[in-house]
Design a protein around this ligand. Structure first.
Ligand SMILES: Cc1ncc(COP(=O)(O)O)c(C=O)c1O
Length: 365
């Protein structure tokens, strides 16, 4: 009997996730002994808050016990932090888990989601698992085309993902764009604003999407501790949304989806305002440096509001990627997003950015 006959047919339709290459794998594959910089997965080069590290060490003493399944204290503090109510909050094992559960909770076979193209791959995965379709609306000028996304709504549309800033392009839709879009939305459609890179945004026209939750719209906002808070390895993210939607998501989640060390780390880093301000500053300085270098090299890029830049290297990205790996610099290729002449690079520390530029120049020569 073929394996395909045993497996749920939705699983057979899944496209495998392509992660950034881990440092250890590059060391193994290329026998590299020099230091390796990973600028491939939009992680925080500064790491977590020292206060979070201390809290996590303390939390290790308690790992024989199950975690608080409701994340009571963290939920309470997040509600205070954002000025929302506790029943508008859901904490998950990374926003990845919440995206998975959004599909399980709200999609039935034959439904459709709408997303931008290219954008984050997990929306489609979650829809495919639920035997639902995924309508891809091409970006315009590397940016979500919300007018075209509203045009794409049909009776089958159940959920729309607005990734703001978008991954892999780093671009953002404005308050005015979102206002126009929301005005066209049928009530039965849930809008998910994925704001994983929220803390890095500098543009004052960024929308306050919680206003839509307050106004009673079917809106869910996704945020994460993986980026500006530097806790990607712990897997902790959260949703803020209409209480009735959050209640449904709560029924679907695993009882202990967020481990106790992650809860302690997230809580302590939320209480440390320096973590986000330092990360924003270093990111902003790194962005300006990289922009200047790209301009000098005459390489076009999409304007970013996140901690990564989508860059046109004007040549096939695959050999460039491999040559950079051999020199200990890990980046992400654009071909997986449909842009074979692009790379996506995470903004690093000043030292990492300089090493990346030096290596890119050497490889492109
Ligand atoms: C747009 C977007 N959403 C969600 C995620 C997943 O974040 P988390 O680490 O919270 O699962 C990522 C991770 O790269 C992302 O880029």
């Amino acid at each position: 009997m073929a394996m395909r006959d045993l497996v749920n047919e939705n699983i057979c339709r899944l496209k495998p996730y392509v992660p950034g290459k881990p440092i250890e794998e590059v060391k193994r594959e290329f026998g590299i002994t020099c230091s390796i910089v990973k600028m491939a997965s939009n992680e925080n080069p500064l790491g977590p808050s020292p206060k979070a590290l201390a809290a996590m060490k303390e939390a290790l003493e308690q790992v024989a016990l199950y975690p608080d399944g409701k994340c009571f204290t963290l939920t309470q503090e997040l509600a205070r932090f954002w000025g929302c109510t506790e029943d508008e909050l859901l904490i998950g094992n990374g926003s990845d888990e919440i995206i998975h559960n959004l599909g399980v909770t709200f999609l039935s076979p034959g439904d459709e989601i709408i997303q931008g193209d290219p954008s984050f791959s997990q929306y489609e995965t979650s829809a495919t698992l639920c035997n639902s379709g995924c309508v891809m609306v091409p970006l315009k000028n590397f940016t979500f085309d919300l007018d075209a996304m509203a045009d794409a709504i049909t009776d089958k549309t159940r959920m729309i993902y607005v990734t703001n800033p978008n991954n892999p392009t780093g671009t953002m839709v404005t308050k005015q764009d979102v206002e126009r879009f929301m005005a066209r939305l049928p009530e039965r459609v849930i809008v998910v604003f994925d704001e994983a890179y929220y803390e890095y945004v500098e543009n004052p026209d960024y929308p306050n999407t919680y206003d839509y939750v307050k106004a009673g719209a079917n809106v869910i906002i996704l945020r994460t501790f993986s980026k500006a808070y530097g806790l990607a390895g712990l897997r902790i993210g959260y949703a803020i949304g209409k209480a009735e939607l959050i209640e449904c998501l709560n029924q679907v989640r695993q009882p202990f989806c967020v481990n106790s060390v992650a809860q302690a780390g997230a809580l302590a880093s939320l209480r440390d305002p320096d973590q986000v301000s330092r990360s924003r500053r270093v990111n902003s300085e790194g962005k300006q440096y990289l922009y200047q270098e790209f301009d000098k090299m005459r390489l076009p890029y999409a304007p970013t509001e996140a901690n990564f830049i989508f860059l046109d290297i004007k040549t096939d990205c695959r050999p460039v990627f491999t040559e950079m790996l051999k020199r200990g610099v890990i980046i992400r290729t654009g071909d997986i997003f449909g842009y074979p002449n692009f790379i996506r690079v995470t903004i690093g520390t000043a030292e990492e950015n300089a090493r990346f530029i030096e290596t890119l120049k050497e490889v492109l020569k």
